[in-house]
Each structure stands twice: as structure tokens, then as C-alpha cells.
Design a protein around this ligand. Structure first.
Ligand code: PMP
Length: 307
């Protein structure tokens, strides 16, 4: 990670190296934090923050789900992010916003630990490797299950949830795979360790419902919008492990992962074992949209004009 100059911390900009928290931070001990991430892409008019407001709204909702009142409004976070990105000099970057219970009181009760918020930006290339977008990745169905609605609030993007993702991703990597695929408690498809999943079967695009515990991905929603524009038929319905193996194409979506083909699951090639044509169409439509080359999706972009 290449440091940038400044990080926004609860209302002020501080130098990257000084953006620190106390070791007795509640969120560090009990996982009482929520976060969100977006990417900016270069457009002719300057860097565009993609789905900017939606990411801060999801942060607010994640916080609300876990009973945290954010001390900053979506408007304030949006303004701070624009200022941070504008000042960073980066044409393309990743933006991470985190809200967490700070230090003040110890013990599980969150009372007495005020909520702090920070926003940082830095350059981040392809999340699943440079060749992933064209060659596709190799995934493994995890022995770990996606967190469920009976023990967590999987619709929140909460720091504590990522221990589940870390278990799954580490297992996959240790066994020589690139990424994990998590099933839910009923053995139905949920998502990747940090991505949503789509499969293509007989020209139909299929993605599991959020009842599976999958995060309501903003890229997932963007792909649903693209599929409608490209007139690709779509179904949001439960998916079995067997259907994964028999899919013609499979791809993952995420802010970090963008649109990444999956060429193999559990050592079985998916379709022809290559990036498929529907995946490629969606990738190129997404690429055009985020770079401001498709006016139909101009509403996705919040452009920070360059001086
Ligand atoms: N699922 C999980 C568990 C994730 O961490 C992410 C990344 N935020 C996603 C799905 C994809 O969400 P988005 O498209 O909003 O980045």
C-alpha cells in the first residue's frame, strides 16, 4: 500500500503516519466497527467516485444495524471524501471509510465508547491479480459457512464479519486457490470472501438472493442495472453447489474485485474454463460506465473536477 498525504479523521485531515488510534479502542477488542469502500476511476473530467452516495448510505445503514449512530451525516462524509480525493492527486484510487467505537470504556457494552470515523485513499490495482480479469481465477467452495441471520446481521458491512471471510480466504489460499466461495447454513450459494457471485446458465444470469447472507453489494446492484440495459435475462434465486459446477460462466463482483471471471471451482473447469462471452460483455460495459464513457450510467459517477 502506497501512502498518500492525508487521512480524514473525525472532521480533520491528519498526516497519513499520524492517523492512529489507542490500543484500548473498543472496536479493536470487540469488533464494533463498520466500513465501506469505493473506487475512483479516471474520466475526461477528473476522477469519478463511483456510487459515491450509495457507499456512505450503506455505511450509515451498517452502523444503524449494529446500533451505532454516526456522528457525521452522509452529506458530510461525501464532502470530506471529495476533498480527500481531490487533494490526493490520484486519478484512480480506492477509498476506505471506517466507523468504529473508540476508546473510553472497556467491556462488551458499547456504552461510553464514542464512534469515530476515518476516510483514507490510496492506489490499489486489481484485487485478485493482474491476469484475473482476462484469465479468471480458481476458487474453492469453503468448508466455512457464510455468517447467518441467526447470529449476525450479514447485511451490514461490519469489521467483525470479516473473521469469517479471513477463515475462508486463508483456507482457499493455503490449498492453492485464489478465492473462496461460501455457502449458507442450508448449503446454498452465498458469496465470495469479499465478492458477490453471478453465474450464467443457458444465457440466463443468476445471482443468489440476499437471504443467503450475501452482502448487498453495490457492484452487484450495478450488474443488475447493466444486465437490464444489455437485455440479459436475470434471475435472483437460490443456487445449489451442483448448479455452480454446471454453470456456463461464473464471475465475482465487488468494489475491489470489480468483475472477475471464475474459471474453475473445486478443480472443475467452469464452462470452457475461460472467461465467457456474457462475463466479457458485462466487464466491458462496467468499464465504460465507470470511466464515464457511457452516458446511460453518468448517474453512477460523482466527478471531482481537476484544477
Ligand atoms: N460481499 C462481501 C463479503 C464483501 O466484502 C464485498 C465487498 N464490499 C462484497 C460482497 C461486494 O460488495 P461491493 O460490490 O459493494 O463492493
Amino acid at each position: 500500500m502506497e501512502p498518500t498525504e492525508l487521512i480524514w479523521m473525525s472532521g480533520r485531515f491528519v498526516p497519513w503516519a499520524e492517523a492512529n488510534v489507542h490500543v484500548l479502542t473498543h472496536g479493536l477488542h470487540y469488533g464494533t466497527g463498520v466500513f465501506d469502500s469505493l473506487r475512483t476511476y479516471a474520466t475526461d473530467a477528473g476522477p469519478a467516485l463511483v456510487h459515491h452516495r450509495a457507499h456512505h448510505e450503506r455505511l450509515r445503514d451498517s452502523a444503524r444495524l449494529y446500533g451505532m449512530e454516526l456522528p457525521f451525516s452522509v452529506d458530510e462524509l461525501t464532502a470530506a471524501t471529495r476533498e480527500l480525493v481531490g487533494g490526493s492527486g490520484l486519478r484512480e484510487s480506492y477509498v476506505r471509510t471506517i466507523a468504529f467505537r473508540g476508546s473510553g470504556a472497556m467491556g462488551v457494552s458499547p456504552r461510553g465508547s464514542p464512534v469515530e470515523v476515518a476516510i483514507a485513499t490510496w492506489g490499489w490495482g486489481a484485487y485478485l491479480g493482474d491476469e484475473a480479469a482476462t484469465r479468471g481465477i480458481r476458487a474453492k467452495v469453503s468448508s466455512w459457512r457464510r455468517i447467518g441471520h441467526q447470529t449476525h446481521l450479514p447485511g451490514a458491512k461490519a469489521t467483525a464479519h470479516y473473521l469469517n471471510s479471513v477463515l475462508a480466504r486463508s483456507e482457499a489460499e493455503e490449498l492453492g486457490f485464489d478465492e473462496a466461495i461460501l455457502l449458507d447454513d442450508d448449503g446454498l450459494l452465498a458469496e465470495g470472501s469479499g465478492e458477490n457471485l453471478f453465474l450464467v446458465k443457458d444465457d440466463l444470469l443468476i445471482t443468489p438472493p440476499l437471504a443467503s447472507g450475501a452482502l448487498g453489494g453495490i457492484t452487484r446492484a450495478a450488474v443488475l442495472e447493466l444486465a437490464a440495459a444489455l437485455e440479459i435475462p436475470l434471475a435472483e434465486r437460490p443456487v445449489t453447489r451442483g448448479e455452480l459446477y454446471l454453470a456456463d460462466e461464473l464471475f465475482m463482483t465487488g468494489t475491489a474485485a470489480e468483475i472477475t471471471p471464475v474459471r474453475e471451482v473445486d478443480l472443475r473447469p467452469i464452462g470452457a474454463g475461460l472467461r465467457g462471452p456474457v462475463t466479457e460483455r458485462i466487464q466491458s460495459a462496467y468499464d465504460a460506465a465507470v470511466h464515464g464513457r457511457d452516458p446511460r450510467f453518468a448517474h453512477w459517477l460523482d466527478v471531482v473536477p481537476v484544477a
